[in-house]
Design a protein around this ligand. Structure first.
Ligand SMILES: NC(=O)c1ccc[n+]([C@@H]2O[C@H](COP(=O)([O-])OP(=O)(O)OC[C@H]3O[C@@H](n4cnc5c(N)ncnc54)[C@H](OP(=O)(O)O)[C@@H]3O)[C@@H](O)[C@H]2O)c1
Ligand SMILES: [Zn+2]
Ligand SMILES: [Zn+2]
Length: 347
C-alpha cells in the first residue's frame, strides 16, 4: 500500500481531521495523482451529514480535483509522469453494459464506482476522496487537463461543471434557447457561464437579491427573486429549460410554472422524494427531468469547451487546513461561488 494523508471525518457532524491514509498499489491501468486542488461540493456536506450512521465508514470527501500524474501502471499508455490531469466523481464502471457502451458510464447498470464512499470493483474497499495529497485512479477516469485552464479554477468543472453540462447539452440548449438557472451556487454559476457560452438567453432565479450584480457579470440577462411572487408570476412560461440546482427540498410548482410549452425542468439537487402536482406538468405539456455527473465522452467535451471559452469556476482558494471553515461557510450559503482547497499544505 502507498501512504498519503488527507482530511477525514469519523462520524456525523464531526470536524474533519488530518489523518494518514493508505492508497492501493498501482494496478496495470492505474495512475497515481498528486492532488493539487480539490473543490468543495454541496454533495460533500450531504455525505458528511450521514457519515458513521448505520455502521458507515469514516469519510474522506472530495470528488472534483486537478493534479499531476506522479506514476503510471505497467499497461498505461495515455499518460506519463508530469501530466496535468483532472478527476471527477466517478472513478470506474463495468465497461460492458449498454450505458457504458453508450459512453454514459455515469449510469452504469452495475453502478459506477464513486470517487469517495464508493466500493472498489476489484478489492471491495471503500474509496477515499480527493481531500487528500494523493489519489490512485484507473486511467480511463482521469482526463488530460487542458493547458489553457487554471488548475485551481478548473477543479470544480469535474463535478459541478459536468453535472450542468450534460443536461444543457441533452436538452439541446444553444442560440435561441431561453434558460433559467435556479440557485446561484457552485453548480448554478457554472450553469450560467456554460449556457451563456452555448448562446442561450440566460436568467437566474435566486432567493438572494444581492447576487444580482454577479448574475449579470456571469452573463445572465437578469436575476428573478424567487421569494417575490409578482416577479415569479411575470416570468410564467418564459423558459425552454430551467436548471434547478437548489440544494434542499423545495416545492417544484413555482419552478415548473416558469417552464414554457413543451419545455423541461431539470432538477439536479439531491432532494430525496419530491411531490409534483400533475396539473403543473399537464398545463403546457411540461417535462420533469434530472441528471447526474457525466460520461467520459461528455466530460472530455466539456473540458474542451471550457478551455475554448475560457470557463473556470469563480473560486475562493483556501489552504486545505481550513477545510472545516469552508464546509461551515458553504452550509451557510456564504460562498461566491466555489471553495477550492489547496492541498500543498499536506506535504
Ligand atoms: N446530480 C448530481 O450529480 C449532482 C452533482 C453535484 C451536486 N449535486 C447537488 O446539487 C445541489 C447543489 O450543489 P452545489 O454544490 O451547487 O450547492 P451550493 O453551492 O450550496 O448552491 C446551492 C444554491 O441553492 C440555493 N439554495 C440553497 N438552499 C436553499 C433553500 N433552502 N431554498 C432555496 N434555495 C436554496 C442557493 O442559491 P441562491 O442563494 O441563489 O438562492 C445556493 O447557492 C446539492 O444538492 C448537491 O448535492 C448534484
Ligand atoms: Zn459534487
Ligand atoms: Zn456499465
Amino acid at each position: 500500500m502507498r501512504n498519503t494523508v488527507g482530511w477525514q471525518a469519523e462520524g456525523p457532524s464531526t470536524t474533519l481531521r488530518r489523518t494518514p491514509l493508505k492508497r492501493r498499489d498501482l494496478r496495470p491501468d492505474d495512475l497515481a495523482v498528486r492532488v493539487e486542488y480539490c473543490g468543495v461540493c454541496h454533495s460533500d456536506l450531504h455525505a458528511l451529514s450521514v457519515t458513521g450512521e448505520e455502521g458507515g465508514q469514516p469519510l474522506v470527501p472530495g470528488h472534483e480535483f486537478t493534479g499531476v500524474v506522479t506514476e503510471t501502471g505497467s499497461a498505461v499508455t495515455g499518460f506519463a509522469a508530469g501530466d496535468p490531469v483532472a478527476v471527477g466523481n466517478i472513478v470506474d464502471s463495468c465497461g460492458e453494459c449498454a450505458m457504458c457502451r453508450a459512453g454514459q458510464e455515469n449510469f452504469c447498470h452495475a453502478f459506477p464506482t464513486l470517487t469517495y464512499n464508493g466500493t472498489d470493483r476489484h478489492d471491495g474497499s471503500t474509496t477515499l476522496g480527493g481531500y487528500s495529497r494523493e489519489y490512485v485512479v484507473r486511467d480511463r477516469f482521469a482526463y488530460p487537463l487542458p493547458a489553457d485552464l487554471d488548475p485551481a479554477g478548473a477543479a470544480p468543472l469535474l463535478c459541478a461543471g459536468i453535472t450542468v453540462w450534460e443536461p444543457l447539452r441533452a436538452l439541446g440548449v444553444g442560440p435561441g434557447s431561453r434558460v433559467a438557472v435556479a440557485g446561484l451556487g457552485g453548480l448554478g454559476h457554472l450553469a450560467v457561464k456554460i449556457a451563456v457560452a452555448l448562446g442561450a438567453d440566460t436568467s437566474v432565479i435566486s432567493r438572494s437579491p444581492d447576487k444580482a450584480d454577479d448574475a449579470r457579470r456571469l452573463g445572465a440577462r437578469s436575476l428573478i427573486v424567487s421569494t417575490d411572487p409578482e416577479r415569479m408570476a411575470g416570468a410564467r412560461d418564459r423558459f425552454d429549460v430551467v436548471i434547478d440546482t437548489i440544494s434542499s427540498p423545495h416545492d417544484l410548482g413555482p419552478y415548473l410554472r416558469l417552464v414554457a410549452l413543451d419545455g423541461t425542468l431539470s432538477v439536479l439537487g439531491h432532494l430525496g422524494p419530491v411531490t409534483v402536482q400533475a396539473t403543473d406538468l399537464l398545463v403546457g405539456r411540461k417535462k420533469l427531468s434530472s441528471a447526474g455527473s457525466g460520461g467520459r465522452p461528455a466530460t472530455a467535451a466539456m473540458l474542451d469547451f471550457c478551455a475554448r471559452h475560457g470557463i473556470t469556476a469563480d473560486i475562493e482558494l483556501l489552504p486545505s487546513a481550513r477545510v472545516n471553515e469552508a464546509l461551515d461557510r458553504l452550509r451557510r450559503n456564504d460562498v461566491r461561488y466555489r471553495f477550492v482547497l489547496d492541498m500543498s499544505d499536506l506535504d
